[in-house]
Design a binder for this molecule. Structure first.
Ligand code: ADE
Length: 257
């Protein structure tokens, strides 16, 4: 997969930083996606957009639905997501974080095009045993990190208003794209109630929980985490998931006081 398809025009390591400090000290809502397509339409909706470069990423600030927002593309995986959220909190003083993206379905009731909103998230590849039970995040002393109830309730309302079939429950995150029946079955046996799997949400959850910042994770199902998971993936994200995610996140922010 070429880097430009993921929204990173040049490798992050090649980008000098920091550049500017736009938006520091003004409380706002942080919105991030792993790929350009997951937030592209939202960025296009912003009024007064300005761009700041930091940690090798673009942070686009502007107004949406009566709120100040900052939008960024994290890149894939837990480290990239944690780094991006940390910048949003430290440099832009974000008062809430929304992750907008796609995920692979794990639960048989969940199908492509459905929306899954996390009530709680687990890092399925985290294991500090025997020091801590498997999956438990030491700083938080829990394996399942709860999302903010208010933001999650409003996200579910916005997703239903957009016409989506909405599921709420457990989302798993790990640094692995799940694209085979063996890995899928293993995750299902470890977490029979898991609805979906992705690569960033539980890292966002950890940073936000440690910093006591409310957050929500909103995912459109792009695949069923099996042998066909990568087929048509980018096309689906671009054509179907992106407009739905933009409608949900814009509706959610507009309906937030
Ligand atoms: N994001 C979208 N589909 C995924 C999958 N199958 N595994 C991990 N992350 C994903």
């Amino acid at each position: 997969m070429a880097t430009w398809e993921l929204g990173l025009a040049i490798p992050v390591a090649a980008i000098p930083h920091p550049v500017t400090d736009v938006g520091a000290n003004s409380p706002m809502i942080g919105i991030l996606g792993a790929m350009e397509a997951e937030v592209r339409l939202l960025k296009a909706m912003l009024g007064d957009a300005t761009i700041a470069d930091s940690t090798g990423r673009n942070y686009v600030t502007g107004r949406l639905g009566g709120h100040e927002v900052v939008v960024s593309i994290s890149g894939f995986g837990k480290v990239a997501a944690a780094s991006t959220v940390t910048s949003m909190l430290d440099r832009f003083d974000a008062e809430a974080i929304l992750f907008s993206g796609v995920a692979g379905a794990l639960h048989p009731d969940v199908t492509r095009g459905d929306v899954v909103i996390a009530d709680e998230l687990v890092q399925h590849d985290f294991d500090a045993s025997p020091l801590f039970p498997r999956f438990v995040i030491p700083s938080l002393r829990v394996d399942r990190i709860p999302a903010d109830e208010g933001w999650t309730d409003r996200a579910a309302t916005a997703a239903a208003a957009a016409g989506a079939t909405v599921h709420r429950g457990l989302i798993l995150s790990g640094d692995r794209f799940i694209d085979n029946d063996t890995d899928r079955a293993e995750l299902r046996s470890l977490f029979p109630d898991a609805l979906a799997v992705e690569m960033e949400g539980a890292a966002v959850a950890q940073v936000c929980a440690e910093r006591r910042v409310p957050f929500a994770v909103i995912r459109v199902i792009s695949d069923t985490a099996d042998d066909d998971a990568a087929a048509d993936f980018l096309d689906f994200v671009d054509r179907q998931a992106a407009p739905l995610l933009a409608e949900i996140v814009a509706g959610l922010i507009t309906n937030t006081k």
